[in-house]
Design a binder for this molecule. Structure first.
Ligand code: FAD
Length: 394
């Protein structure tokens, strides 16, 4: 305990000295992509310093670019960052999904080749799981990989590939044995996006954005060294990766409600609903605010308890489905409430009569709907919770 308090003092002093003012509060966060560089000077400086310290990935071993912190130390670090409003220096698919999976399943050579580059924000990854005929029923995927010499030749397509246009590499689930039962003929491999056999077609949304793409493989290549785990055993590896994705581990460790950057609901109520005798005027709004805050804190405490209970302090297993589903519902409820409290001011799409925050929150209300679909829909999370957490029969 004394060691932990010494670490807290050390972390606080380091953060005070090294976290520039422009890296505190809302602002840009690197996703590591070599294609979209951070231009804001304070954000860049913060990233450089955190990389040097190994704190872009605090719990990863030092030899792979991490900080070598224990789970408890990491909790302390995140608490101290939160107390000064420091943004994460790096928030990437590599740090959140692939990295932890490689730490568990990767060969030593894979760890040495890929992890330090993720930690140093030199590379961003994308996830090649879903296909037109394989979403919730992911094990029906058909993209084929065939071994030819020292590489796999891949043909097929993926869909809904988030950030494919920014990604340097993809982790992809492919069928390597078409004759085996569907869960047994799948492998997970890594491939560079920048090669002639890979093409992407952005999917344009009604808003005009295209945050995800279709990805096509036409004799694309993955090096045989980049098969993760055993051949045809990729289903277990791919499922574990989803648990890392669903855990929201960094927010989970901090005992907070995530990297949501959400203004307190009470603050919004004060501005738009008004306060009387120290209370939010509208009783219904008041009750909903309290419910959202209490549910968020209950989730944070549950997450923290489950992490502390898990033997090695790592990402929990199927319980991550509970976190993902509740977090998603809370986020939707937050934006519903924030928008309704703002009244007509909550429904501005553009124009000078709306603040940046009002415009941003309406977009976030719309995008929060996607959270109950990606990484497995809420119905699929309920199935997992029923079978794998509660032990109910199939
Ligand atoms: C914003 C966003 C980003 C995404 N990013 C990625 C990405 O980067 N990489 C990637 O590979 N995929 C990505 N996806 C795809 C996502 O994983 C799938 O959309 C999701 O798994 C659902 O699959 P589907 O769209 O094919 O729907 P379907 O599987 O066709 O489901 C349709 C409906 O049926 C329900 N349903 C299906 N099966 C069952 C069942 N057994 N029991 C109960 N209900 C069921 C579902 O809950 C859903 O409501 C993303 C999706 C979104 C929305």
């Amino acid at each position: 305990m004394a060691d932990l308090e010494a670490f807290r003092a050390e972390a606080r002093a380091w953060l005070d000295k090294n976290c520039p003012p422009g890296a505190r509060g809302p602002g840009p966060v690197s996703n590591g992509s070599s294609k979209t560089k951070i231009t804001d000077p304070d954000t860049r400086l913060w990233l450089t310093r955190m990389i040097e310290r190994g704190w872009t990935v605090p719990t990863w071993p030092r030899e792979y670019g991490g900080g070598g912190l224990s789970t408890e130390e990491c909790i302390v670090l995140l608490e101290e960052m939160k107390s000064i409003g420091a943004r994460p220096a790096l928030y990437s698919i590599g740090t959140r999904m692939l990295g932890p999976t490689l730490l568990e399943f990767g060969t030593e050579e894979q760890k040495k080749r890929h992890l330090p580059r993720i930690a140093r924000a030199e590379v961003e990854w994308c996830q090649g799981y879903s296909e037109p005929g394989a979403g919730s029923d992911l094990a029906s995927l058909r993209t084929r990989a065939v071994l030819e010499g020292d590489r796999y030749v891949i043909n097929g397509s993926k869909i809904w590939t988030s950030s494919a246009h920014e990604a340097d590499w993809m982790f992809v689930l492919v069928r390597t044995d078409p004759d085996a039962p569907k869960h047994d003929g799948i492998s997970l491999m890594l491939l560079p996006m920048n090669q002639p056999g890979v093409s992407i077609k952005p999917i344009r949304l009604i808003s005009g954005d295209s945050p995800f793409s279709e990805t096509f493989f036409d004799n694309a290549h993955a090096d045989v060294r980049d098969l993760v785990g055993d051949l045809n055993k990729g289903w277990a590896v791919g499922k574990r990766l989803l648990q890392h994705e669903r855990s929201g581990m960094e927010s989970l460790l901090a005992g907070g409600t995530g990297n949501r950057g959400l203004t307190g609901l009470a603050e919004i109520a004060r501005k738009y609903v008004g306060v009387e005798n120290g209370k939010v005027k509208d009783r219904v709004a008041r009750n909903q605010i309290v419910k959202n805050e209490m549910d968020s804190r209950a989730l944070a405490l549950t997450q923290r308890r489950v992490v502390e209970e898990s033997a090695e302090g790592g990402t929990p297993g199927p319980a991550t489905s509970i976190f993902k589903m509740i977090r998603t519902d809370l986020e939707k409820a937050y934006f519903d409430l924030a928008t309704s409290m703002r009244g007509a001011q909550g429904f501005g799409w553009e124009g000078a009569s709306f603040t940046d925050k009002e415009l941003e929150d309406l977009r976030r209300l719309l995008s929060s709907r996607a959270a109950s679909i990606y990484s497995g829909s809420n119905e699929i999370q309920r199935n997992i919770i029923a079978k794998r957490v509660l032990g109910l029969p199939d």
